[in-house]
Design a protein around this ligand. Sequence first.
Ligand SMILES: Cc1cc2nc3c(=O)[nH]c(=O)nc-3n(C[C@H](O)[C@H](O)[C@H](O)COP(=O)(O)OP(=O)(O)OC[C@H]3O[C@@H](n4cnc5c(N)ncnc54)[C@H](O)[C@@H]3O)c2cc1C
Length: 539
Amino acid sequence: MSDERPDRIWHKTAPEGPWDVIVIGSGMGGMTAAAMLSKIGKRVLVLEQHYVPGGFTHTFKRKGRKTGYVWDVGVHAVGEVTPHSLTGKLLKDLSRDELEWTSLGPVYDEFHYPGGFRIDFPDSPQKFRANLVEAFPEEEKAIDRYLELVREIAAGMRGYYLARTLPRWTRIISDRTISKTANQWLDRTAEDVHAELTDNPKLQAIFAAQWGYYGVPPSRASFAMQALVVKHFLHGGYYPKGGSQQIAKALLGTVAANGGWTRIRADVDQILIERGRAVGVRMKDGEEIRSKKVISCAGVAATLERLVPESVAESDWAQSVTTLTPGPAHLCLYLGFKGDIRTAGASAANKWFYETWTPEDETWEVKPGSIGRASCLYTSFPSLKDPDHEPGEGERHTGEVVTFVPWDVFEKWSGTEWHKRGDDYEALKQEIHDAMLAQFFEHMPELKPMLDYSELSTPLSTDHFCRPLKGSIYGLEPTPTRFRNRYLSPITPIPGLYFGGSEVSSVGVIGAMMGGVLAVASAEPLKGWQYLKSIMTSD
Ligand SMILES: Cc1cc2nc3c(=O)[nH]c(=O)nc-3n(C[C@H](O)[C@H](O)[C@H](O)COP(=O)(O)OP(=O)(O)OC[C@H]3O[C@@H](n4cnc5c(N)ncnc54)[C@H](O)[C@@H]3O)c2cc1C
Protein backbone atom coordinates (compact mmCIF):
# COMPACT_ATOMS: atom_id res chain seq x y z
CA MET A 1 0.00 0.00 0.00
CA SER A 2 1.27 3.49 -0.74
CA ASP A 3 2.31 5.61 2.21
CA GLU A 4 2.32 8.79 0.12
CA ARG A 5 -0.17 11.64 0.03
CA PRO A 6 -2.89 10.68 -2.44
CA ASP A 7 -3.35 14.34 -3.46
CA ARG A 8 0.04 14.31 -5.16
CA ILE A 9 0.02 13.70 -8.88
CA TRP A 10 2.93 11.23 -9.02
CA HIS A 11 4.49 8.99 -6.41
CA LYS A 12 7.40 6.69 -5.69
CA THR A 13 5.08 3.86 -4.64
CA ALA A 14 1.64 2.67 -5.70
CA PRO A 15 -1.39 1.17 -3.98
CA GLU A 16 -2.44 -2.42 -4.54
CA GLY A 17 -4.33 -3.33 -7.69
CA PRO A 18 -6.44 -4.54 -9.27
CA TRP A 19 -5.53 -2.43 -12.29
CA ASP A 20 -7.45 -2.46 -15.54
CA VAL A 21 -4.49 -1.20 -17.53
CA ILE A 22 -0.79 -0.69 -16.88
CA VAL A 23 0.80 1.98 -19.06
CA ILE A 24 4.57 1.70 -19.41
CA GLY A 25 6.27 5.09 -19.86
CA SER A 26 4.97 8.54 -19.02
CA GLY A 27 5.94 10.36 -22.23
CA MET A 28 3.28 12.20 -24.17
CA GLY A 29 1.98 8.88 -25.53
CA GLY A 30 1.72 7.23 -22.11
CA MET A 31 0.23 10.26 -20.39
CA THR A 32 -2.40 10.66 -23.10
CA ALA A 33 -3.32 6.97 -23.05
CA ALA A 34 -3.58 7.03 -19.25
CA ALA A 35 -5.67 10.22 -19.15
CA MET A 36 -8.06 8.88 -21.79
CA LEU A 37 -8.35 5.49 -20.06
CA SER A 38 -9.09 7.17 -16.76
CA LYS A 39 -11.72 9.32 -18.46
CA ILE A 40 -13.54 6.25 -19.74
CA GLY A 41 -13.61 4.70 -16.28
CA LYS A 42 -10.57 2.44 -16.32
CA ARG A 43 -8.30 2.13 -13.28
CA VAL A 44 -4.88 2.81 -14.68
CA LEU A 45 -1.33 2.61 -13.34
CA VAL A 46 1.43 4.52 -15.13
CA LEU A 47 4.98 3.24 -14.57
CA GLU A 48 7.88 5.58 -15.33
CA GLN A 49 11.54 4.69 -14.83
CA HIS A 50 12.75 8.32 -14.49
CA TYR A 51 12.38 10.32 -11.26
CA VAL A 52 10.16 12.84 -13.04
CA PRO A 53 7.36 11.99 -15.45
CA GLY A 54 6.85 13.40 -18.93
CA GLY A 55 9.42 11.58 -21.09
CA PHE A 56 10.64 14.13 -23.64
CA THR A 57 8.24 16.70 -22.19
CA HIS A 58 10.05 16.84 -18.85
CA THR A 59 12.09 19.84 -17.78
CA PHE A 60 15.17 20.24 -15.63
CA LYS A 61 16.75 23.02 -13.63
CA ARG A 62 20.28 24.23 -12.83
CA LYS A 63 21.77 26.90 -10.52
CA GLY A 64 19.32 26.99 -7.65
CA ARG A 65 15.76 25.87 -6.93
CA LYS A 66 14.19 29.32 -6.97
CA THR A 67 16.49 31.44 -9.07
CA GLY A 68 17.80 28.82 -11.45
CA TYR A 69 17.41 28.22 -15.15
CA VAL A 70 14.78 25.76 -16.43
CA TRP A 71 14.95 24.01 -19.80
CA ASP A 72 12.62 21.69 -21.70
CA VAL A 73 14.24 18.63 -23.21
CA GLY A 74 11.93 18.00 -26.17
CA VAL A 75 9.36 20.75 -26.68
CA HIS A 76 10.19 23.78 -28.82
CA ALA A 77 7.14 24.31 -30.99
CA VAL A 78 3.92 22.35 -31.11
CA GLY A 79 1.19 22.81 -33.72
CA GLU A 80 -2.51 21.90 -33.76
CA VAL A 81 -3.13 22.62 -30.08
CA THR A 82 -5.92 25.18 -30.33
CA PRO A 83 -9.55 24.05 -30.13
CA HIS A 84 -9.84 24.65 -33.92
CA SER A 85 -8.27 21.22 -34.38
CA LEU A 86 -9.43 17.84 -33.13
CA THR A 87 -6.08 17.33 -31.41
CA GLY A 88 -6.49 20.66 -29.60
CA LYS A 89 -9.98 19.72 -28.45
CA LEU A 90 -8.75 16.36 -27.23
CA LEU A 91 -5.87 17.91 -25.34
CA LYS A 92 -8.20 20.42 -23.74
CA ASP A 93 -10.51 17.70 -22.49
CA LEU A 94 -7.81 15.25 -21.43
CA SER A 95 -6.05 18.00 -19.47
CA ARG A 96 -9.31 19.26 -17.91
CA ASP A 97 -8.56 22.59 -19.57
CA GLU A 98 -5.54 23.05 -17.30
CA LEU A 99 -3.05 23.44 -20.10
CA GLU A 100 -2.65 26.80 -21.79
CA TRP A 101 -0.78 27.19 -25.04
CA THR A 102 0.91 30.41 -26.10
CA SER A 103 1.55 31.25 -29.73
CA LEU A 104 5.19 31.74 -30.68
CA GLY A 105 3.97 34.74 -32.61
CA PRO A 106 3.48 35.57 -36.29
CA VAL A 107 6.68 33.64 -37.12
CA TYR A 108 7.45 30.37 -35.36
CA ASP A 109 10.51 29.22 -37.37
CA GLU A 110 13.19 31.37 -39.04
CA PHE A 111 15.56 29.73 -41.50
CA HIS A 112 19.00 31.16 -42.15
CA TYR A 113 20.95 29.75 -45.11
CA PRO A 114 24.43 30.41 -46.49
CA GLY A 115 24.72 33.60 -48.50
CA GLY A 116 22.47 35.55 -46.15
CA PHE A 117 19.25 33.94 -47.42
CA ARG A 118 16.49 33.99 -44.80
CA ILE A 119 12.91 32.76 -44.94
CA ASP A 120 10.28 32.78 -42.19
CA PHE A 121 7.60 30.16 -41.61
CA PRO A 122 4.57 32.07 -40.33
CA ASP A 123 1.35 31.25 -38.52
CA SER A 124 -1.09 30.96 -41.42
CA PRO A 125 -1.21 28.96 -44.65
CA GLN A 126 -1.84 32.13 -46.66
CA LYS A 127 1.24 33.86 -45.24
CA PHE A 128 3.27 30.68 -45.70
CA ARG A 129 2.36 30.58 -49.39
CA ALA A 130 3.07 34.30 -49.73
CA ASN A 131 6.54 33.93 -48.16
CA LEU A 132 7.42 31.02 -50.44
CA VAL A 133 6.19 32.86 -53.55
CA GLU A 134 8.02 36.03 -52.55
CA ALA A 135 11.28 34.07 -52.27
CA PHE A 136 10.69 32.02 -55.45
CA PRO A 137 8.34 34.12 -57.66
CA GLU A 138 8.93 31.98 -60.74
CA GLU A 139 7.86 28.83 -58.86
CA GLU A 140 4.29 29.76 -57.98
CA LYS A 141 2.80 26.72 -59.69
CA ALA A 142 5.15 24.29 -57.94
CA ILE A 143 4.44 25.93 -54.58
CA ASP A 144 0.68 25.65 -55.02
CA ARG A 145 0.89 22.01 -56.07
CA TYR A 146 3.17 21.33 -53.10
CA LEU A 147 0.72 22.86 -50.61
CA GLU A 148 -2.15 20.96 -52.25
CA LEU A 149 -0.25 17.68 -51.92
CA VAL A 150 0.66 18.39 -48.30
CA ARG A 151 -3.02 18.82 -47.42
CA GLU A 152 -4.16 15.83 -49.45
CA ILE A 153 -1.60 13.40 -48.06
CA ALA A 154 -1.88 14.65 -44.46
CA ALA A 155 -5.66 14.14 -44.69
CA GLY A 156 -5.12 10.71 -46.23
CA MET A 157 -2.95 9.70 -43.27
CA ARG A 158 -6.02 9.89 -41.01
CA GLY A 159 -7.44 6.87 -42.82
CA TYR A 160 -4.11 5.10 -42.54
CA TYR A 161 -4.03 5.56 -38.75
CA LEU A 162 -7.67 4.66 -38.35
CA ALA A 163 -7.03 1.41 -40.20
CA ARG A 164 -4.29 0.60 -37.69
CA THR A 165 -6.84 0.41 -34.87
CA LEU A 166 -8.92 -2.17 -36.75
CA PRO A 167 -8.37 -5.92 -36.51
CA ARG A 168 -5.57 -7.16 -38.70
CA TRP A 169 -7.89 -9.19 -40.95
CA THR A 170 -9.56 -5.98 -42.15
CA ARG A 171 -6.32 -4.69 -43.69
CA ILE A 172 -7.03 -5.98 -47.20
CA ILE A 173 -10.22 -3.94 -47.28
CA SER A 174 -8.84 -0.85 -45.52
CA ASP A 175 -5.80 -0.78 -47.84
CA ARG A 176 -8.20 -0.29 -50.75
CA THR A 177 -10.46 2.18 -48.97
CA ILE A 178 -9.51 4.41 -46.02
CA SER A 179 -5.75 3.92 -46.40
CA LYS A 180 -5.73 4.19 -50.19
CA THR A 181 -4.52 7.79 -50.53
CA ALA A 182 -1.82 7.34 -47.88
CA ASN A 183 -0.65 4.09 -49.41
CA GLN A 184 -0.17 5.80 -52.77
CA TRP A 185 2.31 8.26 -51.22
CA LEU A 186 3.95 6.37 -48.36
CA ASP A 187 6.50 4.72 -50.61
CA ARG A 188 7.62 7.94 -52.19
CA THR A 189 10.42 9.87 -50.57
CA ALA A 190 10.17 13.58 -49.90
CA GLU A 191 13.17 14.10 -52.20
CA ASP A 192 11.41 12.38 -55.12
CA VAL A 193 8.24 14.39 -54.72
CA HIS A 194 10.06 17.68 -54.30
CA ALA A 195 12.20 17.01 -57.38
CA GLU A 196 9.08 16.24 -59.39
CA LEU A 197 7.59 19.58 -58.39
CA THR A 198 10.59 21.80 -59.13
CA ASP A 199 14.10 21.73 -60.59
CA ASN A 200 15.17 24.56 -58.33
CA PRO A 201 17.50 23.00 -55.71
CA LYS A 202 17.02 25.92 -53.33
CA LEU A 203 13.24 25.57 -53.34
CA GLN A 204 13.65 21.82 -52.85
CA ALA A 205 15.83 22.62 -49.82
CA ILE A 206 13.20 25.04 -48.46
CA PHE A 207 10.41 22.47 -48.88
CA ALA A 208 12.56 20.14 -46.76
CA ALA A 209 13.79 22.89 -44.39
CA GLN A 210 11.94 21.36 -41.43
CA TRP A 211 13.36 17.87 -41.89
CA GLY A 212 14.97 18.35 -38.49
CA TYR A 213 11.48 17.88 -37.02
CA TYR A 214 11.41 14.31 -38.25
CA GLY A 215 15.10 13.48 -38.28
CA VAL A 216 15.89 11.91 -41.66
CA PRO A 217 16.95 13.78 -44.77
CA PRO A 218 14.45 14.00 -47.65
CA SER A 219 16.17 11.22 -49.62
CA ARG A 220 15.10 8.71 -46.94
CA ALA A 221 11.97 10.31 -45.47
CA SER A 222 8.55 9.19 -46.61
CA PHE A 223 6.67 12.08 -48.22
CA ALA A 224 3.83 11.19 -45.82
CA MET A 225 6.05 12.32 -42.93
CA GLN A 226 7.00 15.52 -44.71
CA ALA A 227 3.33 16.29 -45.38
CA LEU A 228 2.33 15.59 -41.77
CA VAL A 229 4.95 17.95 -40.35
CA VAL A 230 4.23 20.79 -42.79
CA LYS A 231 0.47 20.48 -42.24
CA HIS A 232 1.05 20.34 -38.45
CA PHE A 233 2.55 23.82 -38.45
CA LEU A 234 0.35 25.52 -41.08
CA HIS A 235 -1.31 27.53 -38.31
CA GLY A 236 1.86 28.26 -36.40
CA GLY A 237 3.74 26.95 -33.39
CA TYR A 238 2.77 27.00 -29.73
CA TYR A 239 4.42 26.53 -26.36
CA PRO A 240 2.88 25.39 -23.06
CA LYS A 241 2.45 28.32 -20.67
CA GLY A 242 4.58 27.63 -17.60
CA GLY A 243 6.93 25.29 -19.52
CA SER A 244 6.54 21.77 -20.80
CA GLN A 245 6.39 20.17 -17.34
CA GLN A 246 2.84 21.59 -17.20
CA ILE A 247 1.85 18.88 -19.67
CA ALA A 248 2.57 16.12 -17.13
CA LYS A 249 0.89 18.04 -14.33
CA ALA A 250 -2.26 18.47 -16.40
CA LEU A 251 -2.54 15.02 -18.00
CA LEU A 252 -1.39 12.99 -15.01
CA GLY A 253 -3.60 15.25 -12.88
CA THR A 254 -6.52 13.87 -14.89
CA VAL A 255 -5.32 10.34 -14.18
CA ALA A 256 -5.08 11.07 -10.45
CA ALA A 257 -8.46 12.83 -10.40
CA ASN A 258 -10.08 9.73 -11.87
CA GLY A 259 -8.60 7.19 -9.45
CA GLY A 260 -5.49 6.31 -11.45
CA TRP A 261 -1.92 6.41 -10.25
CA THR A 262 1.50 7.41 -11.61
CA ARG A 263 4.57 5.79 -10.14
CA ILE A 264 7.99 7.27 -10.88
CA ARG A 265 11.36 5.49 -10.43
CA ALA A 266 9.39 2.46 -11.58
CA ASP A 267 11.63 0.51 -13.92
CA VAL A 268 9.78 -2.19 -15.86
CA ASP A 269 11.94 -5.19 -16.64
CA GLN A 270 9.51 -7.39 -18.53
CA ILE A 271 5.94 -7.63 -19.72
CA LEU A 272 4.41 -10.78 -18.24
CA ILE A 273 2.89 -13.06 -20.84
CA GLU A 274 0.95 -16.11 -19.65
CA ARG A 275 -0.79 -18.54 -21.96
CA GLY A 276 -0.07 -16.17 -24.81
CA ARG A 277 -1.68 -13.16 -23.15
CA ALA A 278 -0.20 -10.02 -21.51
CA VAL A 279 -1.17 -10.06 -17.83
CA GLY A 280 1.03 -7.42 -16.20
CA VAL A 281 4.67 -6.52 -15.69
CA ARG A 282 7.71 -7.52 -13.67
CA MET A 283 9.74 -4.65 -12.27
CA LYS A 284 13.57 -4.53 -12.15
CA ASP A 285 13.47 -5.49 -8.44
CA GLY A 286 11.35 -8.56 -9.19
CA GLU A 287 7.99 -7.18 -8.04
CA GLU A 288 5.11 -8.34 -10.21
CA ILE A 289 2.13 -6.13 -10.92
CA ARG A 290 -0.91 -7.60 -12.61
CA SER A 291 -3.40 -5.90 -14.91
CA LYS A 292 -6.02 -6.87 -17.47
CA LYS A 293 -4.18 -5.07 -20.24
CA VAL A 294 -0.77 -3.53 -20.82
CA ILE A 295 -0.05 -0.57 -23.08
CA SER A 296 3.62 0.04 -23.70
CA CYS A 297 4.46 3.63 -24.57
CA ALA A 298 8.18 3.08 -24.06
CA GLY A 299 8.80 2.88 -27.83
CA VAL A 300 7.65 -0.07 -29.95
CA ALA A 301 11.10 -1.23 -31.02
CA ALA A 302 12.55 -0.61 -27.53
CA THR A 303 9.72 -2.65 -25.96
CA LEU A 304 10.27 -5.54 -28.34
CA GLU A 305 14.01 -5.42 -27.87
CA ARG A 306 14.04 -5.03 -24.08
CA LEU A 307 10.73 -5.81 -22.39
CA VAL A 308 9.28 -8.99 -23.90
CA PRO A 309 10.25 -12.63 -23.33
CA GLU A 310 12.81 -14.06 -25.76
CA SER A 311 10.20 -16.14 -27.58
CA VAL A 312 8.37 -12.94 -28.56
CA ALA A 313 11.53 -10.94 -29.27
CA GLU A 314 12.66 -13.64 -31.69
CA SER A 315 9.36 -13.88 -33.55
CA ASP A 316 9.25 -12.71 -37.17
CA TRP A 317 6.81 -9.93 -36.38
CA ALA A 318 8.96 -8.51 -33.56
CA GLN A 319 12.08 -8.71 -35.68
CA SER A 320 10.38 -6.90 -38.54
CA VAL A 321 10.19 -3.95 -36.14
CA THR A 322 13.50 -4.28 -34.31
CA THR A 323 15.44 -4.42 -37.57
CA LEU A 324 14.13 -0.96 -38.54
CA THR A 325 16.68 1.82 -38.08
CA PRO A 326 16.38 4.32 -35.23
CA GLY A 327 16.70 7.96 -36.27
CA PRO A 328 19.73 10.05 -35.31
CA ALA A 329 20.71 11.00 -31.80
CA HIS A 330 21.15 14.63 -30.81
CA LEU A 331 23.31 17.02 -28.84
CA CYS A 332 21.87 19.98 -26.98
CA LEU A 333 23.57 23.00 -25.49
CA TYR A 334 21.54 24.32 -22.58
CA LEU A 335 22.34 27.99 -22.09
CA GLY A 336 21.60 30.46 -19.29
CA PHE A 337 21.85 34.19 -20.00
CA LYS A 338 21.86 37.29 -17.85
CA GLY A 339 20.57 40.33 -19.71
CA ASP A 340 17.86 41.24 -22.15
CA ILE A 341 18.52 38.67 -24.86
CA ARG A 342 15.93 40.31 -27.13
CA THR A 343 18.40 43.15 -27.69
CA ALA A 344 20.83 40.53 -29.04
CA GLY A 345 18.40 39.15 -31.61
CA ALA A 346 16.67 36.41 -29.57
CA SER A 347 12.92 35.97 -29.90
CA ALA A 348 10.20 33.38 -29.37
CA ALA A 349 10.73 32.08 -32.91
CA ASN A 350 13.08 29.11 -33.36
CA LYS A 351 16.11 29.87 -35.51
CA TRP A 352 17.56 27.29 -37.85
CA PHE A 353 21.14 28.18 -38.80
CA TYR A 354 22.00 26.07 -41.85
CA GLU A 355 25.62 25.78 -42.98
CA THR A 356 24.58 24.17 -46.24
CA TRP A 357 21.84 24.11 -48.87
CA THR A 358 22.13 20.33 -49.02
CA PRO A 359 19.91 18.63 -46.49
CA GLU A 360 21.80 15.39 -47.09
CA ASP A 361 24.69 16.76 -45.00
CA GLU A 362 22.75 15.33 -42.16
CA THR A 363 24.95 14.72 -39.18
CA TRP A 364 27.95 16.20 -37.60
CA GLU A 365 31.24 14.35 -37.95
CA VAL A 366 32.62 14.26 -34.44
CA LYS A 367 36.02 12.79 -33.63
CA PRO A 368 38.10 13.48 -30.54
CA GLY A 369 40.70 16.08 -31.52
CA SER A 370 38.82 16.93 -34.72
CA ILE A 371 35.42 18.47 -34.26
CA GLY A 372 33.92 19.73 -37.51
CA ARG A 373 31.04 22.11 -37.97
CA ALA A 374 27.45 21.07 -37.40
CA SER A 375 25.49 21.34 -40.66
CA CYS A 376 22.58 22.98 -38.86
CA LEU A 377 22.08 24.50 -35.42
CA TYR A 378 18.47 24.66 -34.26
CA THR A 379 18.16 27.40 -31.66
CA SER A 380 15.36 28.18 -29.30
CA PHE A 381 14.79 30.57 -26.39
CA PRO A 382 12.21 28.99 -24.07
CA SER A 383 12.11 31.85 -21.56
CA LEU A 384 10.90 34.19 -24.33
CA LYS A 385 8.13 31.78 -25.29
CA ASP A 386 6.70 31.46 -21.83
CA PRO A 387 4.56 34.36 -20.57
CA ASP A 388 4.96 32.95 -17.03
CA HIS A 389 8.74 33.27 -17.12
CA GLU A 390 9.99 35.75 -14.54
CA PRO A 391 13.47 36.96 -15.50
CA GLY A 392 13.97 38.46 -12.02
CA GLU A 393 16.54 41.09 -11.10
CA GLY A 394 19.32 39.27 -12.92
CA GLU A 395 17.20 39.29 -16.13
CA ARG A 396 17.68 35.53 -16.52
CA HIS A 397 16.84 33.84 -19.81
CA THR A 398 17.37 30.45 -21.35
CA GLY A 399 18.49 29.14 -24.72
CA GLU A 400 18.79 25.71 -26.33
CA VAL A 401 20.91 24.77 -29.33
CA VAL A 402 20.27 21.36 -30.89
CA THR A 403 21.97 19.38 -33.63
CA PHE A 404 22.07 15.76 -34.75
CA VAL A 405 25.01 13.46 -34.08
CA PRO A 406 25.59 9.79 -34.84
CA TRP A 407 24.98 7.49 -31.85
CA ASP A 408 28.16 5.54 -32.76
CA VAL A 409 30.31 8.43 -31.51
CA PHE A 410 29.06 7.79 -27.97
CA GLU A 411 28.25 4.09 -28.04
CA LYS A 412 31.49 3.00 -26.39
CA TRP A 413 30.45 4.74 -23.15
CA SER A 414 26.88 3.42 -23.16
CA GLY A 415 27.48 0.95 -20.31
CA THR A 416 28.92 3.64 -18.01
CA GLU A 417 27.11 5.45 -15.22
CA TRP A 418 25.75 9.00 -15.49
CA HIS A 419 28.37 11.50 -14.20
CA LYS A 420 30.97 8.70 -14.00
CA ARG A 421 31.71 8.08 -17.64
CA GLY A 422 35.43 8.73 -17.47
CA ASP A 423 37.96 11.41 -18.43
CA ASP A 424 37.99 10.60 -22.16
CA TYR A 425 34.22 11.11 -22.33
CA GLU A 426 34.39 14.36 -20.36
CA ALA A 427 37.20 15.61 -22.62
CA LEU A 428 35.20 14.88 -25.79
CA LYS A 429 32.13 16.48 -24.27
CA GLN A 430 34.10 19.62 -23.45
CA GLU A 431 35.54 19.76 -26.97
CA ILE A 432 32.08 19.46 -28.54
CA HIS A 433 30.65 21.99 -26.10
CA ASP A 434 33.29 24.56 -27.02
CA ALA A 435 32.99 23.98 -30.78
CA MET A 436 29.21 24.13 -30.77
CA LEU A 437 29.12 27.23 -28.60
CA ALA A 438 31.66 29.00 -30.84
CA GLN A 439 29.62 28.11 -33.94
CA PHE A 440 26.44 29.38 -32.29
CA PHE A 441 28.02 32.70 -31.29
CA GLU A 442 29.09 33.24 -34.91
CA HIS A 443 25.38 33.56 -35.66
CA MET A 444 24.37 35.50 -32.55
CA PRO A 445 27.56 37.26 -31.33
CA GLU A 446 25.77 39.80 -29.16
CA LEU A 447 24.60 37.04 -26.85
CA LYS A 448 28.15 36.09 -25.91
CA PRO A 449 28.67 38.68 -23.13
CA MET A 450 25.34 37.65 -21.55
CA LEU A 451 26.24 33.96 -21.18
CA ASP A 452 26.09 32.88 -17.54
CA TYR A 453 25.76 29.10 -17.77
CA SER A 454 26.17 26.38 -20.37
CA GLU A 455 25.94 22.62 -20.37
CA LEU A 456 25.95 20.02 -23.11
CA SER A 457 23.71 16.98 -23.17
CA THR A 458 24.84 14.03 -25.26
CA PRO A 459 22.91 11.01 -26.58
CA LEU A 460 23.95 9.24 -23.37
CA SER A 461 21.95 11.78 -21.36
CA THR A 462 18.96 11.00 -23.60
CA ASP A 463 19.55 7.29 -23.12
CA HIS A 464 19.74 7.70 -19.35
CA PHE A 465 16.61 9.81 -18.91
CA CYS A 466 14.26 8.67 -21.71
CA ARG A 467 15.79 5.44 -23.06
CA PRO A 468 14.99 5.59 -26.77
CA LEU A 469 16.93 3.04 -28.82
CA LYS A 470 20.40 4.32 -29.68
CA GLY A 471 19.56 7.63 -28.04
CA SER A 472 17.34 8.45 -31.01
CA ILE A 473 15.73 11.88 -30.93
CA TYR A 474 12.41 10.76 -32.51
CA GLY A 475 12.50 6.95 -32.50
CA LEU A 476 12.43 4.89 -35.70
CA GLU A 477 13.29 6.66 -38.94
CA PRO A 478 10.09 7.76 -40.74
CA THR A 479 11.02 6.03 -43.99
CA PRO A 480 8.66 4.31 -46.44
CA THR A 481 9.71 0.99 -44.85
CA ARG A 482 8.61 2.18 -41.43
CA PHE A 483 5.20 3.28 -42.65
CA ARG A 484 4.76 0.02 -44.54
CA ASN A 485 5.51 -2.09 -41.46
CA ARG A 486 2.26 -3.69 -40.32
CA TYR A 487 3.38 -4.24 -36.74
CA LEU A 488 4.11 -0.62 -35.93
CA SER A 489 0.58 -0.50 -34.84
CA PRO A 490 -1.32 -0.18 -31.54
CA ILE A 491 -2.66 -3.71 -31.90
CA THR A 492 -0.10 -6.48 -31.39
CA PRO A 493 -0.36 -10.20 -32.12
CA ILE A 494 -0.38 -10.73 -28.31
CA PRO A 495 -3.84 -10.36 -26.77
CA GLY A 496 -3.86 -7.79 -23.99
CA LEU A 497 -0.70 -6.01 -25.24
CA TYR A 498 -0.93 -2.69 -27.07
CA PHE A 499 1.54 -0.06 -28.19
CA GLY A 500 1.20 3.71 -27.90
CA GLY A 501 3.43 6.76 -28.37
CA SER A 502 5.08 8.34 -31.36
CA GLU A 503 6.25 5.11 -33.01
CA VAL A 504 2.71 3.91 -33.72
CA SER A 505 1.73 7.29 -35.04
CA SER A 506 3.98 10.15 -36.02
CA VAL A 507 6.87 12.11 -34.54
CA GLY A 508 6.47 14.95 -32.07
CA VAL A 509 4.35 15.80 -29.09
CA ILE A 510 1.05 15.62 -30.96
CA GLY A 511 2.18 12.56 -32.91
CA ALA A 512 2.90 10.79 -29.61
CA MET A 513 -0.38 12.01 -28.18
CA MET A 514 -2.25 10.50 -31.11
CA GLY A 515 -0.24 7.31 -30.58
CA GLY A 516 -1.71 7.21 -27.06
CA VAL A 517 -5.20 7.84 -28.38
CA LEU A 518 -4.88 5.07 -30.99
CA ALA A 519 -3.72 2.66 -28.30
CA VAL A 520 -6.82 3.30 -26.17
CA ALA A 521 -9.12 3.15 -29.21
CA SER A 522 -7.61 -0.28 -29.91
CA ALA A 523 -7.55 -1.59 -26.33
CA GLU A 524 -11.01 -0.29 -25.41
CA PRO A 525 -12.75 0.16 -28.77
CA LEU A 526 -16.29 0.67 -27.51
CA LYS A 527 -15.71 3.25 -24.80
CA GLY A 528 -12.67 4.66 -26.56
CA TRP A 529 -14.54 5.51 -29.76
CA GLN A 530 -17.56 6.74 -27.79
CA TYR A 531 -15.26 9.17 -26.03
CA LEU A 532 -13.61 10.27 -29.28
CA LYS A 533 -17.01 10.78 -30.90
CA SER A 534 -18.09 12.99 -28.01
CA ILE A 535 -14.99 15.16 -28.53
CA MET A 536 -15.40 15.29 -32.31
CA THR A 537 -18.99 16.45 -32.03
CA SER A 538 -18.37 18.96 -29.21
CA ASP A 539 -18.27 22.69 -29.97
C1 LIG B 1 15.65 17.76 -28.49
C2 LIG B 1 14.24 17.44 -28.88
C3 LIG B 1 13.45 18.43 -29.39
C4 LIG B 1 12.13 18.18 -29.74
N1 LIG B 1 11.36 19.21 -30.18
C5 LIG B 1 10.05 18.99 -30.44
C6 LIG B 1 9.19 20.06 -30.78
O1 LIG B 1 9.59 21.20 -30.82
N2 LIG B 1 7.90 19.77 -31.07
C7 LIG B 1 7.39 18.51 -31.00
O2 LIG B 1 6.20 18.32 -31.26
N3 LIG B 1 8.19 17.47 -30.68
C8 LIG B 1 9.49 17.67 -30.38
N4 LIG B 1 10.29 16.64 -30.01
C9 LIG B 1 9.77 15.27 -30.08
C10 LIG B 1 8.81 14.93 -28.97
O3 LIG B 1 9.25 15.45 -27.75
C11 LIG B 1 8.67 13.41 -28.88
O4 LIG B 1 8.43 12.89 -30.19
C12 LIG B 1 7.55 12.95 -27.99
O5 LIG B 1 7.52 13.66 -26.79
C13 LIG B 1 7.74 11.45 -27.73
O6 LIG B 1 6.76 10.98 -26.84
P1 LIG B 1 6.63 9.44 -26.52
O7 LIG B 1 5.58 9.29 -25.49
O8 LIG B 1 6.44 8.67 -27.77
O9 LIG B 1 8.05 8.97 -25.96
P2 LIG B 1 8.95 9.47 -24.75
O10 LIG B 1 8.72 10.88 -24.43
O11 LIG B 1 10.33 9.03 -25.09
O12 LIG B 1 8.42 8.59 -23.53
C14 LIG B 1 8.82 7.27 -23.29
C15 LIG B 1 8.87 7.10 -21.77
O13 LIG B 1 9.03 5.72 -21.45
C16 LIG B 1 9.88 5.63 -20.31
N5 LIG B 1 10.44 4.29 -20.25
C17 LIG B 1 11.27 3.70 -21.15
N6 LIG B 1 11.58 2.45 -20.74
C18 LIG B 1 10.92 2.25 -19.57
C19 LIG B 1 10.86 1.16 -18.66
N7 LIG B 1 11.53 0.01 -18.87
N8 LIG B 1 10.10 1.29 -17.54
C20 LIG B 1 9.41 2.44 -17.29
N9 LIG B 1 9.45 3.52 -18.12
C21 LIG B 1 10.19 3.41 -19.24
C22 LIG B 1 10.91 6.71 -20.58
O14 LIG B 1 11.60 7.06 -19.40
C23 LIG B 1 10.04 7.84 -21.12
O15 LIG B 1 9.55 8.66 -20.09
C24 LIG B 1 11.61 16.87 -29.62
C25 LIG B 1 12.40 15.86 -29.07
C26 LIG B 1 13.69 16.13 -28.69
C27 LIG B 1 14.51 15.04 -28.07
